[in-house]
Design a protein around this ligand. Structure first.
Ligand code: P53
Length: 483
């Protein structure tokens, strides 16, 4: 079967905090990712026992030198970016999705001037991409709020952070508007609700006494990010029409467990709360009524001004992107839960799961693409999709990852079907072109790449890159477009 769209964008996605390393080099300040330990039972327990201890850790970075923090070192992309980008090009990719670390540009969040060395690093990376014929998609915040913004401002709950972010956005746009093809202000903006520490940079422990105040703070932080994104779009219009801004959501498609109307209704609610309302605010420019009803019925008190709503209304996104890894089921009654990291979803007896319990569902991607297209009629880009597996190099210094080839191929076949259905999908960046440190568990063992990186969970290893079987499969697919 031939892939039908010729001018489709194909590539890989990564994030700064999971690959760069050089966590405190050239003025960069730490982010929460730099103090997240490898998720062994012991480390995790120790970090969570006392939230007070964690705050101490953050304030006094020396105290934590004893711990192993894999994200601080990443895969050392900071020094190896030329080699890695050359490998992406050799695989046949024509786009690279990456993120800029805010903490490299404004280490304290509130400086008058940006850190020139931080800007220079990204300038170099962009030049390398261009030399290799790669278009560039940039995420401006990928789970990595600078710690000073958390400690001094209390994270995104504080509206002052909107202005700090806009200053950051202005610097990026003025420096890079000619280099970057697509901009995403926030990775998985819905993470504000599912994992507020990562998404909006608050300390959950500050709210632990009162669950309600945590929920209100999360929605407030999310709202402030909606405003920041809209203001970013407004700003971009003033700088250059070359700046194309889209949204990014951890798309959670779910199915009712059966056709019992109560369960179908429960699933509809799940879909409204886990994805539709976010897309609606960013694409239609309005909060839907049901979410306002939810806020008022649950005493979620938010500071939302009519001026902000006006800005959101007038500055909607140009295209939609999302990550797609799995689907789940929903029922009004108790059902067996699937391991989904973020969302509370149920098992689906018709689907297989990864070692981490993520339920693999290629047809669900076609369904998702059709649903989103039907609702918004905006161009769609799949900014993440892939499979995490424990892998080791074999005696031929490669990995025979036929399961990854199967995973990618089956999802791409469904994109092709969606194109035939009339959906305007214009690109796909797999998670990941190269092994990176996992976002949720900080482990190297959860490998997603076409390229194997020789580091273990404690960053032991040579750091050398090796092509897996899937790398060659992808390279061949790029040449033939045969599935
Ligand atoms: P890891 C959960 C569910 C769906 C997407 O995740 C998610 C998460 C958070 O873990 O995040 C995205 O590495 C995220 C990437 C991340 C990738 O999924 O936990 O944008 O940064 O690495 C995979 O297996």
């Amino acid at each position: 079967m031939k892939f039908i769209k010729d001018d489709f964008l194909w590539g890989g996605a990564t994030s700064a905090g999971q690959i760069e390393g050089a966590w405190n080099k050239n003025m960069k300040s730490p982010t929460l990712l730099d103090v997240s330990p490898f998720n062994s039972e012991i480390d995790r327990k120790e970090m969570q026992i006392s939230s007070k201890t964690k705050n101490e850790y953050l304030k006094n970075l020396e105290v934590i030198e004893d711990y192993k923090f894999p994200k601080r070192l990443g895969i050392n992309f900071y020094d190896k970016y030329k080699e890695d980008i050359a490998l992406f090009k050799e695989a046949g990719m024509n786009i690279y999705r990456m993120s800029i670390a805010w903490s490299r540009i404004f280490p304290n969040g509130n400086e008058q001037q940006p850190n020139v060395e931080g800007l220079q690093f990204y300038k170099n990376v962009f030049e390398e991409c261009k030399k290799n014929g790669l278009k560039i998609m940039v995420t401006m915040q990928h789970f990595d709020v600078p710690i000073p913004i958390m400690t001094k401002y209390g994270g995104w709950v504080n509206k002052k952070v909107i202005d700090l972010y806009l200053k950051y956005a202005e610097v990026l746009f003025k420096e890079f508007y000619e280099d970057v093809d697509f901009w995403l202000p926030f990775n998985e903006i819905d993470i504000a609700i599912w994992a507020p520490e990562l998404g909006i940079g608050i300390f959950k422990s500050d709210y632990s006494e009162d669950q309600k105040s945590l929920v209100s703070a999360s929605y407030q932080g999310l709202h402030n990010q909606f405003v920041a994104q809209a203001k970013t779009i407004e700003l971009a219009k003033k700088i250059s029409d070359k700046i194309k801004i889209g949204c990014m959501l951890a798309n959670s498609t779910t199915y009712a467990i059966d056709c019992k109307p109560e369960n179908v209704m429960e699933n509809l609610k799940m879909q409204q709360f886990s994805r539709w309302f976010y897309y609606d605010v960013m694409a239609r420019g309005e909060y839907p009524k049901y979410i306002k009803r939810h806020f008022s019925e649950n005493n979620i008190l938010l500071d939302i001004t009519s001026e902000e709503l006006e800005i959101i209304k007038n500055n909607t996104i140009e295209y939609i992107t999302f990550s797609y890894y799995m689907t789940g089921t929903v029922s009004k009654d108790k059902i067996k839960k699937a391991n989904a990291n973020l969302h509370d979803i149920g098992e689906n007896p018709f689907l297989e799961s990864t070692e981490w319990g993520w339920q693999i569902d290629p047809i669900g991607l076609r369904i998702t693409l059709n649903e989103i297209w039907d609702r918004y009629q905006l161009p769609i880009f799949i900014s993440e999709n892939g499979i995490g597996v424990v892998e080791t190099l074999n005696s031929s210094q490669t990995v025979e990852d036929d399961y990854r080839i199967k995973y990618l191929k089956e999802h791409i076949i469904q994109i092709n079907e969606a194109l035939k259905d009339g959906v305007d999908v214009f690109g796909y960046t797999m998670w990941t072109p190269i092994d990176v440190v996992s976002a949720s568990t900080c482990e190297m063992s959860k490998r997603y790449g076409l390229i194997f990186v020789d580091y273990d969970d404690y960053h032991n290893g040579t750091g050398k890159r090796f092509k897996k079987k899937s790398y060659h499969w992808f390279q061949n697919f790029m040449k033939t477009k045969e599935l």
